[in-house]
Design a protein around this ligand. Structure first.
Ligand SMILES: [Zn+2]
Length: 154
Protein backbone atom coordinates (compact mmCIF):
# COMPACT_ATOMS: atom_id res chain seq x y z
CA UNK A 1 0.00 0.00 0.00
CA UNK A 2 1.35 3.38 -0.98
CA UNK A 3 0.04 6.68 0.28
CA UNK A 4 0.69 10.37 0.19
CA UNK A 5 -0.66 13.12 2.38
CA UNK A 6 -1.56 16.43 0.82
CA UNK A 7 -2.77 19.45 2.79
CA UNK A 8 -5.58 21.34 1.07
CA UNK A 9 -7.14 24.45 2.64
CA UNK A 10 -5.70 23.47 6.00
CA UNK A 11 -7.20 19.98 5.87
CA UNK A 12 -5.33 16.73 5.31
CA UNK A 13 -6.07 14.58 2.30
CA UNK A 14 -4.60 11.10 2.30
CA UNK A 15 -4.41 9.24 -1.02
CA UNK A 16 -4.08 5.47 -0.79
CA UNK A 17 -3.05 3.11 -3.56
CA UNK A 18 -2.79 -0.66 -3.23
CA UNK A 19 -4.17 -3.34 -0.95
CA UNK A 20 -5.55 -3.33 2.57
CA UNK A 21 -3.72 -6.36 3.93
CA UNK A 22 -1.44 -7.23 6.86
CA UNK A 23 0.77 -4.23 6.04
CA UNK A 24 -1.99 -1.65 6.52
CA UNK A 25 -1.13 -1.30 10.23
CA UNK A 26 2.30 0.14 9.49
CA UNK A 27 0.84 2.36 6.81
CA UNK A 28 -1.77 3.87 9.13
CA UNK A 29 0.88 4.38 11.85
CA UNK A 30 2.90 6.40 9.35
CA UNK A 31 -0.15 8.34 8.20
CA UNK A 32 -1.35 9.29 11.70
CA UNK A 33 1.33 11.89 12.68
CA UNK A 34 1.06 13.54 9.26
CA UNK A 35 -2.59 14.42 9.79
CA UNK A 36 -3.63 17.68 11.38
CA UNK A 37 -6.84 17.33 13.46
CA UNK A 38 -9.79 17.77 13.47
CA UNK A 39 -10.57 16.40 10.01
CA UNK A 40 -8.98 14.23 7.31
CA UNK A 41 -10.13 12.95 3.95
CA UNK A 42 -9.20 9.39 3.02
CA UNK A 43 -9.19 8.86 -0.74
CA UNK A 44 -9.79 5.18 -1.52
CA UNK A 45 -10.17 5.22 -5.33
CA UNK A 46 -7.20 2.92 -5.84
CA UNK A 47 -7.74 0.31 -3.14
CA UNK A 48 -7.61 -2.99 -5.00
CA UNK A 49 -7.78 -5.90 -2.61
CA UNK A 50 -8.89 -6.19 0.98
CA UNK A 51 -8.26 -9.32 3.01
CA UNK A 52 -9.52 -10.32 6.44
CA UNK A 53 -6.26 -9.50 8.28
CA UNK A 54 -6.37 -6.14 6.54
CA UNK A 55 -9.90 -5.51 7.78
CA UNK A 56 -9.16 -6.35 11.43
CA UNK A 57 -5.90 -4.36 11.40
CA UNK A 58 -7.66 -1.39 9.77
CA UNK A 59 -10.42 -1.40 12.41
CA UNK A 60 -7.89 -1.62 15.26
CA UNK A 61 -5.62 1.11 13.88
CA UNK A 62 -8.44 3.53 13.21
CA UNK A 63 -8.97 3.72 16.98
CA UNK A 64 -5.82 5.87 17.01
CA UNK A 65 -7.68 8.37 14.83
CA UNK A 66 -10.35 9.05 17.47
CA UNK A 67 -9.68 12.78 17.61
CA UNK A 68 -9.99 13.06 13.84
CA UNK A 69 -13.18 13.17 11.83
CA UNK A 70 -12.50 10.88 8.88
CA UNK A 71 -14.32 11.48 5.61
CA UNK A 72 -14.12 8.83 2.88
CA UNK A 73 -13.80 9.86 -0.75
CA UNK A 74 -13.89 7.88 -3.99
CA UNK A 75 -14.36 4.53 -2.28
CA UNK A 76 -13.52 1.78 -4.76
CA UNK A 77 -16.03 -0.98 -5.42
CA UNK A 78 -13.81 -3.28 -3.34
CA UNK A 79 -14.13 -0.94 -0.37
CA UNK A 80 -17.88 -0.74 -0.87
CA UNK A 81 -18.20 -4.51 -1.00
CA UNK A 82 -16.28 -4.75 2.27
CA UNK A 83 -18.79 -2.34 3.85
CA UNK A 84 -21.58 -4.77 3.06
CA UNK A 85 -19.89 -7.45 5.16
CA UNK A 86 -18.38 -5.15 7.79
CA UNK A 87 -20.78 -2.21 8.22
CA UNK A 88 -18.44 -0.23 10.52
CA UNK A 89 -15.48 -0.55 8.13
CA UNK A 90 -15.81 3.15 7.26
CA UNK A 91 -16.39 4.95 10.54
CA UNK A 92 -17.31 8.30 9.05
CA UNK A 93 -19.23 9.95 6.24
CA UNK A 94 -18.81 8.74 2.66
CA UNK A 95 -18.89 11.52 0.07
CA UNK A 96 -18.38 9.42 -3.06
CA UNK A 97 -17.95 5.84 -4.20
CA UNK A 98 -17.71 3.72 -7.35
CA UNK A 99 -20.84 1.77 -8.20
CA UNK A 100 -21.06 -0.94 -10.78
CA UNK A 101 -23.17 -0.11 -13.81
CA UNK A 102 -25.12 -2.33 -16.12
CA UNK A 103 -26.47 -1.58 -19.60
CA UNK A 104 -30.08 -2.67 -20.01
CA UNK A 105 -29.98 -1.71 -23.68
CA UNK A 106 -27.19 -3.88 -25.04
CA UNK A 107 -26.33 -6.05 -22.04
CA UNK A 108 -22.62 -5.15 -22.38
CA UNK A 109 -21.08 -7.22 -19.64
CA UNK A 110 -17.59 -5.81 -19.12
CA UNK A 111 -17.24 -4.32 -15.65
CA UNK A 112 -18.15 -0.65 -15.82
CA UNK A 113 -17.91 1.61 -12.80
CA UNK A 114 -18.98 5.18 -12.24
CA UNK A 115 -18.22 7.62 -9.45
CA UNK A 116 -21.31 8.60 -7.50
CA UNK A 117 -21.17 11.61 -5.22
CA UNK A 118 -23.45 12.44 -2.30
CA UNK A 119 -23.80 16.01 -3.53
CA UNK A 120 -25.05 15.07 -7.01
CA UNK A 121 -27.29 12.33 -5.64
CA UNK A 122 -28.91 14.69 -3.15
CA UNK A 123 -29.35 17.38 -5.80
CA UNK A 124 -30.98 15.13 -8.41
CA UNK A 125 -32.69 12.69 -6.04
CA UNK A 126 -31.37 9.70 -7.98
CA UNK A 127 -28.19 7.79 -8.75
CA UNK A 128 -26.68 9.30 -11.87
CA UNK A 129 -26.63 7.49 -15.21
CA UNK A 130 -23.47 7.19 -17.30
CA UNK A 131 -23.11 6.38 -21.01
CA UNK A 132 -22.47 2.75 -21.90
CA UNK A 133 -18.99 2.26 -23.36
CA UNK A 134 -20.44 -0.07 -25.99
CA UNK A 135 -23.75 1.46 -27.16
CA UNK A 136 -23.42 4.96 -25.56
CA UNK A 137 -26.95 4.81 -24.19
CA UNK A 138 -27.51 5.66 -20.51
CA UNK A 139 -26.66 2.93 -18.06
CA UNK A 140 -28.09 2.58 -14.61
CA UNK A 141 -26.42 1.44 -11.44
CA UNK A 142 -26.57 -2.34 -11.14
CA UNK A 143 -29.51 -3.45 -8.93
CA UNK A 144 -27.04 -5.01 -6.51
CA UNK A 145 -25.42 -1.60 -5.90
CA UNK A 146 -28.61 0.51 -5.66
CA UNK A 147 -28.79 0.04 -1.89
CA UNK A 148 -25.38 1.68 -1.54
CA UNK A 149 -26.98 5.09 -1.56
CA UNK A 150 -27.58 4.42 2.14
CA UNK A 151 -23.83 5.01 2.65
CA UNK A 152 -24.50 8.71 2.18
CA UNK A 153 -26.71 8.93 5.23
CA UNK A 154 -24.01 7.82 7.68
ZN1 LIG B 1 -24.99 -0.62 -23.86
Amino acid sequence: MEFHVKPENGESHVYFKGDIDEKIGEVLQEVRPQIVPPKAYFHLDYVDLINSIGISTWLTQLKDFKDIQLVFVGCSNTVINTCRIVPNFLNGPVVSFYARYFCDHCGYDEEQYGLITAMETHASGELKKIPCSSCQRPMEVDDHDQELVSLFTK
